[in-house]
Design a protein around this ligand. Structure first.
Ligand SMILES: C[S@@+](CC[C@H](N)C(=O)[O-])C[C@H]1O[C@@H](n2cnc3c(N)ncnc32)[C@H](O)[C@@H]1O
Length: 312
């Protein structure tokens, strides 16, 4: 792995200094820099998103993603510098900081950054001290941070963007040699599955021929197939090294998470399905991991099987 420069706050003061979370008096939209971040297409869905946190679908999404990330070589060595763009309430960032990694979160929502900050305030000082939060648009990432990162996450963001190229280009620019980019998108390979499983037949029929859909937050959104992301990243010198499904069996279920019967077995089944063909292809979400062409990123050099095999 590359030498690690410490990523810092941006010179304009938007970032919070290395090793510190926000100080007292921080407030949504005001405490993470000079002003609120820009509105995104996600903004009208914020309350609905917050209301669904901790429910079964969210637990499956976050736990399966967490296991898939844990297997990446960037997170199995010494503490990594992780950047989470569109970090929201900080579920993954918090796990990674607890595991000893340095985490920078960028988000355009002051409300969700404030939730992340609240969660940090309940953590031991050494965990909170590994996280810094920045309010801003992910497309401006190179202006908001200094240094390079071993792992950049962008989870649940691309579906809200009219054009994914500025975001992916910005993220690729801040990844250190040997680093990786992890994106979570709505699965454009199997988009009719959700409506089909819920018995919404007209919507399922429409979904076969369109990547545009209205999501559970009531927001217009766009699904992506792996090839759509490859199309942007390959010309920039990146290669898809791994891909997984997230939420194969439970996308149509609406239950409170912690009380779900057999949660451990359910999560084990979801993890297994997410790394095997053909199941991963019909998952609600796809988790795609990219590395630089020619970079020595160890286990990430494994070939992706095309059928019937374990992926990782
Ligand atoms: C569905 S939430 C996902 C939050 C978190 N990544 C997760 O997976 O739990 C989407 C997040 O992306 C943020 N977002 C959307 N567009 C953005 C942009 N252009 N720049 C920065 N953040 C953005 C939203 O404010 C929101 O916090």
């Amino acid at each position: 792995m590359s030498e690690r420069a410490a990523p810092g706050a941006d010179p304009a003061g938007r970032g919070i200094g290395p090793g510190s979370a926000l100080g007292p008096g921080s407030s949504p939209g005001g405490g993470f820099g000079p002003g609120p971040g820009p509105d995104s297409a996600f903004t009208p869905g914020t309350a609905c998103w917050v209301g669904a946190l901790g429910r079964l679908r969210d637990v499956v999404r976050q736990e399966v993603l967490r296991s898939q990330l844990a297997g990446l070589p960037q997170l199995t060595g010494p503490p990594a510098r992780v950047l989470d763009v569109g970090c929201g309430q900080g579920t993954q960032g918090l796990h990674l900081a607890r595991a000893g990694h340095d985490v920078t979160g960028i988000d355009s929502s002051g409300e969700l950054l404030a939730r992340f900050e609240d969660a940090l305030s309940a953590e031991p000082a050494e965990v909170a001290g590994r996280v810094r939060l920045i309010s801003g648009a992910g497309e401006r990432t190179p202006d908001l941070v200094t240094g390079a990162f071993d792992l950049v996450l962008c989870h649940g963001v691309l579906m809200y963007l009219g054009d994914i190229t500025p975001m992916l280009t910005a993220l690729a620019r801040v990844i250190a040699p040997g680093g990786a980019l992890s994106v979570l998108v709505r699965n454009g390979l199997g988009i009719a599955m959700r409506d089909g499983l819920r018995g919404n037949w007209a919507a399922a029929l429409a979904a076969f021929d369109s990547l545009d859909y209205v999501n559970r937050l009531g927001l217009p959104a766009r699904a992506h197939a792996p090839g759509d992301i490859d199309q942007v990243l390959v010309p920039l010198g990146w290669q898809r090294r791994r891909w997984f499904g997230v939420r194969v069996f439970t996308d149509h279920v609406d239950e409170p998470g912690p009380t779900a019967a057999g949660l451990a077995d359910l999560l084990a089944a979801e993890r297994e399905a997410g790394r095997r063909d053909p199941y991963r292809s019909v998952a609600a979400l796809l988790h795609l991991v990219y590395g630089q062409v020619g970079a020595n990123d160890g286990a990430m050099d494994k070939q992706i099987p095309t059928s019937g095999a374990l992926i990782a």
